[in-house]
Ligand binder design. Structure first.
Ligand SMILES: [Zn+2]
Ligand SMILES: [Zn+2]
Length: 170
């Protein structure tokens, strides 16, 4: 009898506790769903960002390949060296070969007749075996990416290069 009355006495507060815990549980479940969704969104954003960075990085690398490795300017007048296959712009190539030539003649005391000059690739120092070849396909891509150079710019570039170094003597 006394047990029954005890149960009757605690039931209302136990009920309140159960209700309160149930409410709390519902609220936590809602929070959990909210944060799970938020977490999922952030993960998606992060992945998209990484993928985008990767794309930007790839484009940067491609654009880099269209620049002269020496002066870092768009390689409008690209020449390929035989046989290491390095590609360099006409002006940098002319300047470098001219420096090699003057160094050679300085070392040989200006004895032009008996001392043919050996030229080396400005990038890898491998001997240049034949006159460098213009890379027209690459120049076409450079035109598309960086915009076509004007005839005036092209003339000026070539005049500077040819003024510096005579490719016919190679
Ligand atoms: Zn250059
Ligand atoms: Zn080379």
């Amino acid at each position: 009898m006394s047990e029954d009355s005890d149960v009757e006495e605690i039931t209302p507060s136990t009920n309140r506790l159960i209700t309160s815990l149930r409410d709390e549980n519902t609220r936590l479940n809602l929070d959990n769903a909210f944060f799970s969704q938020k977490n999922q969104q952030l993960r998606q954003q992060l992945l998209a960002h990484i993928r985008n960075q990767h794309k930007v990085h790839k484009v940067d690398r491609l654009i880099d390949l269209l620049k002269c490795p020496s002066c870092r300017l768009p390689n409008y007048d690209a020449f390929q060296i035989n046989k290491c296959a390095h590609i360099i712009c006409i002006q940098c190539l002319a300047l470098n070969l001219e420096q090699q030539e003057s160094k050679h003649w300085r070392m040989c005391g200006g004895d032009i007749a008996g001392n043919p000059v050996e030229y080396y690739c400005p990038k890898c120092d491998e001997p240049i075996l034949r006159a460098p070849i213009p890379q027209k396909a690459l120049a076409g891509v450079v035109d598309v990416v960086f915009g076509r150079q004007t005839g005036e710019e092209r003339r000026r570039r070539w005049l500077v290069a040819l003024d510096t170094f005579d490719f016919i003597q190679m």
